[in-house]
Design a protein around this ligand. Structure first.
Ligand code: FMN
Length: 221
């Protein structure tokens, strides 16, 4: 069993990456082989609208034909037994690199038919982990949930059952005294890092276990 996690944060050791690592540890506890890919290590674009993935009898039908730094990652997706995406919230939605990745990931697998179908060819459990500055209440007020629900639905339709996990009011800076930051309370942030974030890491671990179980023994559908 191979579980793939994709980090859409430029930071390789911060909130999003830590939660993804915990999810992978959960899957590894069931014996899964795991891999964490950092999108910001790669040079690539979003979908270029070449439509090679849509050409009748074309050699790239159902596959992204763009040959850049993301191509090797997209080639790994059909081999995965579970897929976990992770992104910080940037201006109300996922990071730019994650957005470009998602265009290249989803578009080739989606048929332009009514209803749209998935060309992925099998069902695998999926999840999306988000980290953000705002609270759960603010997330709803600012309509971030429109994006997270849409992403859950895309993952669901393309690959299989999808879960969403959010970590709120994360620690953004290692040392708040060095930055101009009065929007949120830094002391509360540091406290949450010690009290709430470890629980989020546990939730991520448990999510990884559920995904491992779903791909090994108990498929969701
Ligand atoms: C460019 C940028 C835009 C951001 N926009 C938002 C936002 O709209 N809402 C929010 O709650 N947090 C926002 N944040 C905060 C991050 O989502 C938050 O610090 C996140 O946990 C960072 O993830 P990381 O530690 O994995 O890098 C933004 C951060 C940056 C750098």
């Amino acid at each position: 069993m191979k579980v793939l996690a994709i980090n859409g944060s430029p930071r390789k050791k911060w909130n999003t990456a830590m939660l993804l690592e915990n999810a992978l540890e959960g899957a590894a506890s069931l014996g899964a082989e795991t891999e964490l890919i950092h999108l910001y290590d790669l040079t690539y674009t979003g979908c270029t609208s070449c439509f090679a993935c849509k050409v009748k009898d074309g050699k790239s039908y159902g596959k992204c034909a763009v040959n850049d730094g993301l191509a090797p990652v997209l080639e790994k997706i059909p081999e995965a037994d579970a897929l976990i995406l992770g992104s910080p919230i940037y201006f109300g939605t996922v990071s730019g690199q994650m957005r470009c990745f998602m265009e290249r990931l989803f578009f080739p697998y989606r048929t332009y038919t009514k209803p749209p179908r998935s060309l992925f060819g099998k069902k695998i459990p999926t999840a999306f982990i988000y980290t953000m500055n705002v609270s759960e209440k603010q997330m709803k007020e600012y309509n971030y949930t429109v994006h997270t629900a849409q992403n859950e639905s895309l993952l669901n339709h393309t690959f299989g059952h999808s879960e969403t996990l959010c970590s709120y009011e994360t620690l953004q800076f290692p040392d708040y005294s060095k930055v101009i930051f009065s929007y949120f309370n830094p002391e509360k942030r540091k406290e949450r890092r010690k009290t709430v974030f470890p629980k989020d890491c546990e939730k991520a671990f448990d999510l990884g276990v559920r995904m491992g179980k779903a791909s090994l023994f108990e498929p969701y559908e």
